[in-house]
Design a protein around this ligand. Structure first.
Ligand SMILES: [Zn+2]
Length: 266
């Protein structure tokens, strides 16, 4: 029904506006604020709360400092709009659609913050883990055991990787006689892996995290080759892992078994 698709597109758009508002305020001022200009902290007029409406009405640039709003805000609103409409077309049953939209909202928010700030805030992860974990545990198709096992496997395996990385960094720092500037991946990735485990459950968490690690590895390799070709290679250029883990989680959660069977068994 076209009317219902429009409704979900508008809902997704609204969620995109909220993702932008949280991503603009939480990492910088540690609290939620109504949409404001991150450069000079002047509040935005209500007509410019949505980047799309702001762009269409010529009010997206800050009225005080003149700083234009970046492309991210529009991209996020468009992703929210398209994402919610596509999820409705994929499965219109509310019991499947509403969790799918809630999970997309959380993943989009975490990806935006991690890309812009190299940070996965606990203040986002822990409430999300509680809400989404409870939601998945109450889903009769999943149940509490698979949900909890998924979360433990995700956080546990990444905690091990994190500790190995710390040990490696400590060893390397001793050999080189000075500490490393940055570690390959941080504790935020451990908490994100736990959240992904709660969302996709056991045993899908194994596939989701492997796909994420593989995607991050391929991206790093491509990045390394580009840097080498420009002779700008430096060891240990860290990339944010979060968006790749989220990519893996989305492929497994939204694509499901069908997607991987169609890839592995063409
Ligand atoms: Zn401003």
């Amino acid at each position: 029904m076209p009317g219902v698709i429009v409704f979900y597109a508008l809902l997704g758009w609204l969620l995109g506006v909220i993702v932008n508002a949280i991503a603009d305020s939480l990492p910088l001022s540690r609290r939620l604020r109504r949409p404001y200009c991150p450069t000079c902290t002047a509040p935005r007029p209500q007509i410019a709360w949505s980047a799309i409406i702001g762009w269409a009405t010529g009010t997206s640039a800050c009225a005080y400092c003149g700083k234009p709003r970046g492309a991210r805000a529009i991209v996020v609103e468009l992703m929210g709009m398209a994402g919610a409409a596509l999820l409705y077309l994929r499965n219109a049953h509310l019991a499947a659609l509403l969790p799918a939209i809630a999970i997309g909202f959380v993943f989009l928010l975490i990806a935006v913050i991690d890309i812009e700030h190299r940070l996965i805030p606990h203040i986002v992860i822990f409430p999300a883990a509680l809400a989404l974990g409870l939601m998945q545990a109450l889903d009769p198709a999943r149940g509490p055991i698979k949900t909890l096992l998924g979360g433990l496997a995700g956080a546990g395996s990444f905690l091990l990787l994190y500790l190995l990385g710390e040990a490696f960094a400590w060893l390397l720092a001793r050999v080189r006689g000075r500490p490393l500037d940055e570690v390959a991946f941080g504790f935020g990735d451990v908490t994100l892996a736990g959240l992904i485990g709660l969302v996709v459950g056991w045993p899908a968490v194994v596939l989701a995290l492997l796909v994420g690690i593989l995607a991050a590895g391929l991206f790093s390799l491509g990045y390394l080759l580009v840097m080498l070709s420009r002779r700008r290679y430096t060891a240990f250029t860290p990339i944010p892992y979060g968006p790749f883990l989220i990519l893996g989680a989305c492929l497994v959660y939204y694509g499901g078994r069908g997607l991987f069977q169609s890839i592995l068994l063409p």
